[in-house]
Design a protein around this ligand. Sequence first.
Ligand SMILES: *Cc1c(COP(=O)(O)O)cnc(C)c1O
Ligand SMILES: [Zn+2]
Length: 422
Amino acid sequence: MTPNVAHLRCVICGAEYQPGDVAYVCPRHGDDGILDVVYDYAAIASTVDRDTVDESPDPTMWRYRPLLPVDPDTPVPPLRVGGTPLYESLRLADRIGVSEMWVKDEGVQPTGSLKDRASAMAIVKADEAGAAKIATASTGNAAAALAGLAASVGRESVIFVPASAPEAKVAQLLAYGATVLLVDGSYDDAFELCLRASDTFGWYNRNTGYNPYMSEGKKTVAYEIAEDLGWQVPDVVVVPVGDGCIIGGVAKGFRDLLALEWIDRMPRLIGAQAEGSAFLTEAWERGEDVLTKPPIEASTVADSISAGLPRDRIKAMRAVRDSDGAFVAVPDEAILEAIPALAATTGVFPEPAAATALAGLVAARKAGHVEPGDRVVIISTGTGLKDVPSVRRGVEATGVEPVRVPADIDAVEEIILRLEAE
Ligand SMILES: *Cc1c(COP(=O)(O)O)cnc(C)c1O
Ligand SMILES: [Zn+2]
């Protein structure tokens, strides 16, 4: 039982369902009929307030349990998901030309990305559904997150990945002991196969933009930002966008807090995309209907945000429109250069998709979506260790190189003096 959930509501037709009555999506709308989890805020407010949360000794995402769609008694996985740092950076604020800036570092999550928040939720919901195995389709971080979280509770995971998936990401899955199915086909093929196989074998399905609870895990990043800022919301939050589940979750998190009157307004949400995978930016600029807009050919160095048909596009578009935000698209070169820019300015080390938040902020500032007086948070969604070759390319573009030295202290001293004089 999840006493704080009022119902699930289809994002297309608004039909309402009780959690036990539908498995994942609105039966009238098939795979596109993603459901929103609607809460009974009065019930939540009667059991918890900001002070209760502030005083919680739990440093993980589960400190917000009364605002999550889970039974109070279901155990949560032992890996520490959430509670990631929000670093203020005066240098970055200066560089961008805004009044205050923070970086939310999701690269320190147990498997290295924000996806852990959703996968932790999937483990709990699978437990409640009585499913022994959990499956997902993914090219990278969502799969790693599910495989790692499943390993932490001794559950089996089944991962469908396109055979073209990067070797390093497949290695992480195998290390966690997941059953990895390399699909001769695209991510879309993997997605379809995962839906069908889960249905046939009774596996719990974690697919992004399909399972309604994934946004509910991801929304905890918004709660943490608000709490860390003393419930004074920033003016702008910049989120890298592929399928659109993260930005939809961030919007949901702030909407919950607004409904509970723990914050007094929404921040403007800016979705940062790669130019080669800019479905939502295109739709936003042209005022297109995301439900009928045909898929695009996606290609970008930022593999975690490569999505020809963003699975959570309805929630993503709503997040930006309703918050008076914007979508921006940036070229791969800007994404690669943002990796060393963020790392050298703040010490936070991003993979390409994560660095897209910074590249997107620069573009948004130029386009006038962000103003000098704004207080801005960027979410660095995953660690640079996931994709070292791209880090290398980003660094090479800046012209910085290691210095070759002989194994001789006199020579080293001479070189150091010369470098210092430059
Ligand atoms: C998945 C992911 C994103 C994008 O999230 P969506 O929900 O697909 O929009 C961004 N950055 C990283 C590191 C990710 O793994
Ligand atoms: Zn519907």
